[in-house]
Ligand binder design. Structure first.
Ligand code: BES
Ligand code: MN
Ligand code: ZN
Length: 504
């Protein structure tokens, strides 16, 4: 995972298209038969290959369309791809930019290119949120994501080859190079943060333990001057009264950890933004054991934590001028002779007691104490991120995260950040009427109840987040892919990063 993509803005590229060496040259082509100067120059050296494709109707230049043309001795690049950028008269939407970005990245990876050259025409955008710079941000994120492969297969012979090592981009634009470079760099940093999160997600539960998450966070803190990290073990958590968090790891041989990262890019003493991640490194369900069929996917139950660790690196890389706290509540949920049993009652750090009716509803238990712990930082806002409920997949599927909040302004900002960064969330209500589903005869509340699984989980959390503006992202459907593409997705690193970038 170590390699990095060398990604640069190179406006000179458009002038030296024919002579620049690379495994692949990607030319953005507009719809409607009028080629811009760059596309026209390639068309000329290829004896009209582009115009021929257009004439035959094989390539029209529609948004996200992809085509391949043969090169010849007159061109230094090994291959040429065409990517449709839509009609030059039309304004592009955020979705269009995503389509164009992935078409570019996919063409580069389709022939396993290591070095890529990308030359794009000028664009118009359909909203003031969009610009050449934000286009390059999306492209940077997309390219960096493609440069990631999971190669920790524990078998040295099996190392996969990494493609995409060096990419230069030129874009016809009125904006300054500084602005464009900033967009590309921001996008790349977000992509790198996503890759950090993907790697942690993909590592198996026997490697990626709470201790592993703690060590990863410490190494990240060593890498960045303004990032620091403190790790609390079980003894220290016991002292702080975190019996609720600790109850989750009771059946496990792995020690539970509370990780507290702090990025101090802002003024000394300025109140921080906080992000809090669920870090269950494996969720068997505990005594309320899960069925075996897809239990392996429960190694992804630390994806909230991974997004926190990834985002802390994004903000450090971008040197944002604000203070940010990143908390990870980590444990392994196992059955065992010391494991918590249904009906057990525990006391939370807040003083409220919880009857644990289902040991598989463990995410909210570790988060409850983490949400109390974070109060000590007097945060401006707190966003928790968790693969919390299967029910959110029933409600929103695999493309959209669930968002719940006790503060409408915060909810709006996060939803907007999700749209901007192509990492969307949708809000669900947490009205008081749902709270009674958590009533218990034996404690202040039960840890499950009612039929609205995603909402009652958030209602449970809300009881520990009363002292600050708080939002909860349920990413059970979005943080990892199923099926052939099984693996971490890096979400919601883009949403969180965008929210913090917009705050800075
Ligand atoms: N980690 C799971 C949620 C989950 C399910 C994530 C599927 C990703 C895919 C969580 O700890 C859990 O087990 N939740 C239970 C809650 C129930 C016991 C109220 C669930 O969703 O079934
Ligand atoms: Mn569970
Ligand atoms: Zn879980």
């Amino acid at each position: 995972m170590k390699k990095r993509l060398a990604l640069t803005l190179n406006q000179e590229l458009s002038k030296n298209l024919i002579k620049t060496k690379g495994d692949a040259l990607v030319i953005g082509v507009n719809e409607g038969r009028v080629l811009n100067a760059q596309a026209a120059s390639i068309d000329t050296v290829t004896q009209g290959a582009i115009k021929k494709l257009i004439k035959r109707g094989e390539f029209e230049g529609k948004v996200g369309q992809m085509s391949y043309i043969a090169t010849n001795d007159g061109i230094a690049a090994e291959r040429i791809f065409l990517v449709g950028c839509g009609n030059a008269k039309n304004a592009l939407s955020s979705d269009d930019l995503d389509k164009i970005s992935s078409a570019i990245t996919n063409s580069l990876s389709s022939k396993k290119s290591v070095t890529g050259l990308i030359c794009l025409p000028s664009n118009k955008y359909d909203s003031k949120e969009l610009s050449d710079s934000s286009f390059l941000q999306k492209l940077g994120t997309s390219l960096e994501n493609k440069a990631y492969t999971y190669d920790a297969k524990l078998n040295k012979k099996n190392k996969s080859i990494n493609y995409l090592k060096k990419v230069s981009v030129s874009l016809e634009s009125k904006d300054s190079d500084t602005k464009l470079k900033k967009g590309l760099k921001t996008g790349q940093a977000i992509g790198q943060g996503m890759n950090v999160a993907k790697e942690l997600a993909n590592l198996p539960g026997n490697i990626c333990t709470p201790t592993y998450l703690a060590n990863t966070s410490k190494s990240a803190a060593n890498k960045y001057e303004k990032l620091s990290c403190r790790v609390y073990g079980e003894k220290e958590m016991k002292k702080m009264g975190m019996d609720c968090l600790l109850s989750v790891g009771n059946g496990s041989a792995e020690e539970s950890k509370l990780i507290s990262m702090s990025y101090m890019g802002g003024k000394k003493g300025a109140r921080p933004y906080a992000i809090v991640g669920k870090g269950i490194t494996f969720d068997t369900g505990g005594i309320s054991l899960k069925p075996p069929a897809t239990m392996d996917e429960m190694k992804f139950d630390m994806c909230g934590a991974a997004s926190v660790i990834g985002t802390m690196q994004v903000v450090s890389e971008l040197k944002l001028p604000i203070n940010i706290v990143g908390i990870v509540a980590s444990a392994e949920n196992m059955p065992g002779s010391k494991a918590t049993k249904p009906g057990d009652v525990v006391k939370t750090m807040s003083g409220q007691t919880v009857e644990i009716l289902n040991t598989d509803a463990e995410g909210r238990l570790v988060l409850a104490d983490a949400l109390t712990f974070v109060e000590r930082f007097k945060p401006i806002s707190v966003v928790d991120i968790a693969t919390l409920t299967g029910a959110v997949i029933m409600a929103l599927g695999y493309s959209t995260s669930g968002l719940m909040s006790n503060n409408e302004d915060l909810a709006k900002e996060l939803l907007a950040a999700g749209v901007k960064a192509s990492d969307k969330a949708w809000q669900l209500p947490i009205w008081d009427s749902y709270q009674k589903d958590l009533d218990s005869n034996f404690a202040d509340m039960a840890n499950i109840g009612g039929r609205a699984g995603t909402i009652t989980a958030a209602c449970f959390l809300s009881r520990f987040a009363e002292n600050y503006p708080w939002a909860h992202l349920d990413v059970a459907g979005t943080a990892s892919y199923k099926g052939a593409a099984k693996g971490g997705s890096g979400r919601p690193v883009p949403l969180l990063s965008q929210y913090l970038i917009d705050k800075a």
